[in-house]
Write a protein that binds this ligand. Structure first.
Ligand SMILES: NC(=O)C1=CN([C@@H]2O[C@H](COP(=O)(O)OP(=O)(O)OC[C@H]3O[C@@H](n4cnc5c(N)ncnc54)[C@H](OP(=O)(O)O)[C@@H]3O)[C@@H](O)[C@H]2O)C=CC1
Ligand SMILES: O=C1CO[C@H](CO)[C@@H](O)[C@@H]1O
Length: 332
């Protein structure tokens, strides 16, 4: 087992250390594949696992972790588990019920970081534990005040069922309102963040509030190339951008390692997803080099800046968070 001691952390406002690197699991739900890849990750030093109720893989993750605990290779306290409350369980009565189910699936009695997954509460599919989509493929809004849900999150925190609480996909104004009314302020914000969408303003805002920052899609989610406009570089995904490739050659590191390292050097926690063993090992091997000022500048110069997760299936929601997307739609 590789010891995780080389993974840096940031101290959250509650004093708990958030690892600056972890394992993303969205779209990893094939049982055999995820069990195998999570095993590779844990054996190679990953200690933070990012999941969510809606990823449908908490049971598999729980089962895999239990094997590590049973074999004595890991203790529960060695691992940092992040999971998320789904948008269809925002009501006070539903929050704890949902969390209890998640604890059971993850085979644990506490979560390290529990996030409200989306600022857009919606109806649940009556048949399955998933969003209800209407005939136009849109979610159906449920009017639940963020403050009601946040109060329930605080109660879970006070009860010791979740060690830290936070938000995902919320905008600045929505975060500010929570902060203005909270007994316990958010410990973390998880949003889309990568070299094509660096979130400079939101990151600075969170910093000013003492809210730690997690980057989802840290590699620019290469499979979402269809969300990119035509790019100057033919392959489209940012791993193939000429600046990234050139810096990659200079350091003898892969493009993915360069992009992940850039986030870590900003003090942002990166949670790349991979079910490919060689990539899982590659992605964590970023703690033995440092990007210099000019190379960081060359990465920051990359354009276009583009949101790859506009989540338009929520665009009609009164709490839809992305003003840039709304503005672009208006000007179409
Ligand atoms: N809070 C939220 O709303 C959201 C949270 N997330 C979280 O963030 C995580 C990461 O985001 P995600 O969208 O998965 O995007 P990533 O930027 O992590 O990209 C994942 C994709 O990149 C591929 N990949 C991984 N490593 C490499 C590598 N070294 N070289 C080339 N390709 C590579 C993977 O393929 P393969 O697996 O085949 O190796 C996969 O297709 C999610 O898994 C989830 O945990 C993501 C989206 C929204
Ligand atoms: O975490 C997530 C992964 O991305 C999905 C995409 O469009 C979202 O529904 C979800 O919030």
């Amino acid at each position: 087992m590789v010891l995780p001691k080389e993974i840096p952390t940031v101290k959250m406002s509650n004093g708990i250390e958030l690892p600056l690197f972890g394992y993303g699991t969205w779209q990893a739900k094939d049982e055999q594949e995820l069990e195998k890849s999570l095993t590779v990750a844990l054996e190679n030093g990953y200690r933070l696992i990012d999941t969510a109720f809606v990823y449908g893989n908490e049971e598999i993750i729980g089962k895999t972790l239990q094997k590590f605990y049973d074999s004595g290779k890991l203790q529960r306290s060695d691992v940092f588990v992040t999971t998320k409350l789904p948008p269809f369980f925002h009501r006070n009565d539903d929050v704890e019920k949902c969390l209890n189910e998640q604890l059971k699936a993850l085979k644990t009695d506490y979560i390290d970081l529990y996030l409200i997954h989306s600022p857009c509460p919606c109806k649940k599919d009556p048949e399955k534990p998933m969003f209800y989509f209407d005939a136009n493929g849109m979610i159906v809004e449920e009017a639940v005040d963020h403050l009601e849900t946040w109060k329930a999150m605080e109660n879970l925190n006070k009860a010791g069922k979740v060690r830290s609480i936070g938000l995902s996909n919320f905008n600045k104004e929505q975060i500010q309102r929570i902060c203005d009314n909270a007994e316990i302020p958010p410990d973390n914000l998880q949003v889309e963040c990568h070299i094509l969408f660096p979130q400079n303003e939101l990151f600075d805002f969170c910093k000013s509030k003492g809210i730690s920052f997690t980057a989802y899609a840290p590699l620019g989610s290469p499979s979402r190339q269809n969300f990119l406009p035509n790019t100057e570089w033919p392959e489209g995904d940012v791993l193939h951008h000429p600046n990234v490739m050139e810096i990659s050659k200079k350091y003898g590191k892969t493009p993915a390692q360069i992009l992940l390292r850039q986030l870590i050097q900003r003090g942002i926690s990166a949670i790349p997803k991979s079910v490919t063993p060689s990539r899982i090992i590659e992605n964590i091997n970023i703690f033995d080099f440092e990007l210099d000022f000019n190379d960081i500048k060359a990465l920051e110069d990359i354009r276009p800046h583009v949101r790859l997760f506009p989540m338009k299936f929520r665009i009609q929601h009164s709490q839809y968070p992305y003003k840039d997307v709304l503005e672009a739609e208006k000007n179409k």
